[in-house]
Design a protein around this ligand. Structure first.
Ligand code: GLU
Length: 507
């Protein structure tokens, strides 16, 4: 790690970029890379650029590009320049830059720094197998690098299939990674890499260096999985006389078992997290801590706080563990922080998806039971879960009985080792007590006081003897809000009929 506190202080024009390939939906790793670039630009006064690397036409899809753009915006990771925005270095989509790449491929061919390779796939595979059998790192054998220009031109004229390879200079390529320090690579072990399938089909390592140069990227901040590409890119930059940006490779994302994060560990797409009801501010907070910390124990930080507290020298080298339990905790903190109105607004779609309510007017909903309810009632219900849930999709898990008819096993009414007769007695006691409470006092606070006092006299050793059967009679669930909160929502009449129903079940 750099000892320099501000590795960008001598950079006149700090320009960083994220360059996702639209071959899938926005991945948490890409979102993390985007966030670190975004925070770097914000903190150190730079420009954050979004480029779409869609040279792989077979795997790229506009629907994935849309997903990436939409979800970055949803996370609030906004870019200053690039696809869908401004900028004087566009186009920012690689598929629209083919003519630019072509010029540089031609330049390398003319300067004999690149050549056409006519080896067939079968030949390449045989060469590779042979090298591996001899215990050598499998690189291109170099057969076609020896062809004369005349010979190569002749084959091209006869339409012999070919690809374009870069004549890799044999040297040690070193660079000072801002996170990992000095890294050196022997290009002999890399060999002549393919840079394009043909003049109009450049490949990743080639297109990326053209764009980084022409878009004046000063710092390339990307995932550690790209380290092995960096010496290839530097060799190409040198061959074309380009500037070499400063590189910083972010630590790998790991699952809790310390292996590379993959689908096996759970969802990896931001979309999945969005659908499950993780809030964008919680996701941003969580991914900021994947490989970085503020140097204190502080863990809850808003986007704005992150932008001021972020400091590049605190990015760690070692892998960053993606712990869903931590994301759950952070999300629950943000859920608790929401105003009740905001929480209701976020919760309603989840109740609808679960089929617990259906819109039946501008302000009204119909529950699965068929009751017509309004926002006031709904707010009262959802806020009971607000302090408890980890994600919005859990809404309704402990209050579903308020929306739909549920039955339950009579055994659930049983508190500890109580016999049916005891439970019946307990419920009859509650019934009478509640029946005598005036509707004016039928609110959670008053009910709690009355019932808790009474529970103590009903069974001085164990208030559960009165309160457990009552809560189950009201909710039919093992876990639910308190009986007082439920009664408040049900109202006196429904409360009494629920208790009567439970008593009947015991007969
Ligand atoms: N298109 C590359 C990817 O999606 C990004 C490469 C880079 O940042 O240089 O992994």
């Amino acid at each position: 790690m750099s000892t320099n506190k501000n590795p960008f202080e001598n950079t006149k024009n700090l320009r960083v970029r994220i360059a996702p390939s639209p071959t899938g939906t926005l991945h948490v790793g890409t979102a993390r890379t985007a966030l670190f670039n975004y925070l770097t630009a914000k903190k150190y006064g730079g420009t954050f650029i979004l480029r779409i690397e869609d040279t792989d036409l077979e795997r790229s899809d506009v629907k994935f590009e849309q997903d990436i753009l939409d979800n970055l915006k949803w996370l609030g990771i906004n870019w200053d320049e690039g696809v869908g925005g401004n900028g004087e270095y566009g186009p920012y989509r690689q598929s629209e830059r083919i003519e630019i790449y072509k010029k540089y491929i031609q330049k390398l061919l003319e300067e004999n720094k690149a050549y056409h390779c006519f080896c067939t796939v079968a030949e390449l595979e045989a060469q590779k197998a042979d090298m591996m059998a001899r215990g050598i790192a499998p690189i291109y054998s170099g057969t076609c690098s020896l062809l004369s220009k005349q010979e190569a031109d002749g084959r091209l004229k006869n339409s012999a299939p070919s690809i374009i390879r870069f004549r890799m200079p044999q040297e040690i390529v070193s660079f000072n990674d801002l996170i990992r320090g000095k890294l050196s690579f022997d290009t002999k072990l890399i060999g002549d890499i393919t840079i394009a399938k043909n003049l109009i089909t450049p490949l990743y390592n080639f297109a990326v260096i053209i764009d980084d140069e022409l878009m004046k990227i000063s710092h390339v901040i990307r995932g550690e999985d790209h380290i092995s590409n960096t010496p290839k890119q530097i060799a190409l930059q040198k061959a074309l006389g380009f500037n070499i940006p400063t590189y910083a490779h972010l630590p790998l994302l790991l699952g809790t078992d310390k292996s590379k994060l993959s689908k096996r560990h759970g969802a990896t797409s931001i979309n999945d997290y969005k659908q499950e009801g993780y809030l964008p501010e919680a996701i941003v907070n969580f991914i900021a801590l994947l490989g970085w910390n503020p140097g204190t124990n502080e863990e809850i930080m808003s986007r704005e706080e992150l932008a001021t507290k972020f400091s590049f020298d605190k990015i760690q080298k070692s892998g960053a563990v993606f712990d869903i339990k931590k994301l759950d905790w952070i999300n629950s903190v943000y859920i608790k922080k929401m105003s009740q109105d905001e929480f209701l607004e976020k919760a309603l779609p989840y109740l609808e998806i679960k089929g617990l309510i259906k819109k039946s007017g501008a302000e009204n909903y119909t529950t699965q039971k068929g009751n017509s309810v309004n926002g006031v009632w709904l707010k009262k219900v959802v806020v009971l879960e607000q302090p408890r849930i980890k994600k919005l999709s859990e809404i309704g898990d402990t209050t579903a009985f308020l929306f739909k008819d549920t039955d339950y096993d009579t055994d659930l009414l049983c508190w500890k080792n109580a016999q049916n007769a005891d439970i019946k007695k307990s419920l009859e006691h509650s019934l009478e007590l509640i029946n005598n409470i005036s509707t004016g006092n039928f609110n959670s606070t008053d009910l709690e006081k009355t019932l808790k006092d009474d529970a103590k006299s009903f069974n001085p050793q164990d208030t559960g003897a009165l309160l457990w059967p009552l809560r189950v009679a009201l909710s039919g669930q093992k876990t639910s809000p308190t009986p007082f909160d439920i009664m408040d929502i049900l109202g006196k009449e429904d409360t009494l009929s629920s208790i009567k129903f439970a008593i009947k079940k015991l007969e």
